[in-house]
Ligand binder design. Sequence first.
Ligand SMILES: *Cc1c(COP(=O)(O)O)cnc(C)c1O
Length: 358
Amino acid sequence: MNYDFNITLSKESRLSTVDFDNLVFGKIFSDHMFVADYVDGQWTNLEIRPTATMEVHPANMAWHYGQSIFEGMKATRDDIGTPLLFRPEMHAVRMNKSAVRMCMPEIPEDMFVQAVSNLVALDKAWIPPAQGSALYVRPFMFATDEYVGVRPSETYRFIIICAPVGPYYAKPVKLKAEETYVRAAVGGVGEAKTAGNYAASLYPAMLAKKEGYDQIMWLDAKEFKFIQEVGTMNIFFLIDGKVVTPATDGTILKGITRDTMMHIMKDKGLEVEVRPISIDELLQAYDAGKLQEVFGTGTAAVVAIVSDIKYKDRVLSLDAENYVVGPMLKETINGIRAKKIADTHGWIQEATIELQAV
Ligand SMILES: *Cc1c(COP(=O)(O)O)cnc(C)c1O
């Protein structure tokens, strides 16, 4: 179905003030945003309008009780500037899974994809041309009832904003395997991309930073034994020529990049095992000289090479300079997104908009 959007264009573009060669991740936003409201059981007031601040009542329920979810995806371009989306329908599906868990309304998948597509097409000049750079697209939804008291909100707002971004982690990252705090327990909300998960990670992440580590590698909440994921990335290990990634068990965010990477590895004839992997297995592999690579995958970072993992009083140091699989995956996905490598899975879709005379 084709949804009717109201479009209000910005009077003047801010694009000329932006330096694509020196982008700080997530600080600069494109000219337009998409906004829709959920009222009386349906999505209304679908609109693309200039990105701007908005007024919110102090009793806004999202602030008090945390009904707030988001997605993160990237738009890229080919050589001639065609705006491209990557598996947008997967993000629509996951957004709705998060919505269900947080007792929030679902968004029709076609409405989500059309909103992203139209917005990116309208702001396509904001997609940085360099390979590895992108327009980061942030769809999010939050409660808007003005009410103090715990219950699901009856009204919500869905917004999409866009931020031009450069490559994320230039240097290899150092991880600390967390032994005190947990990210997610079975039965909790670890599989939902909901705001509170990130708030809860800030304090342990700050402690890890003080010790010189960039990110936390989370272990399971029950035994602190099985590896879950890292920050906003899923994790992969190359052990003795085989790639292993933790099986999702309700505590791990099901990364779309994770899924994409598994397809690419299969295409390249690499064996991928999806199963529980314990920190002890990792230590043993390291001691036997069989831990070859560790890398994280996610939309923002694409692939982050891991050079060190701290666990208790040990630090596993890896030869990050000589990784093969991690960098190959990054090159491949970035190449597909720039239309330099054939998109054999049909992951790429053009962003389009029909602008009527305004
Ligand atoms: C978003 C996210 C990921 C990565 O998901 P992608 O779909 O690959 O971007 C992994 N873990 C967490 C906790 C996340 O929030």
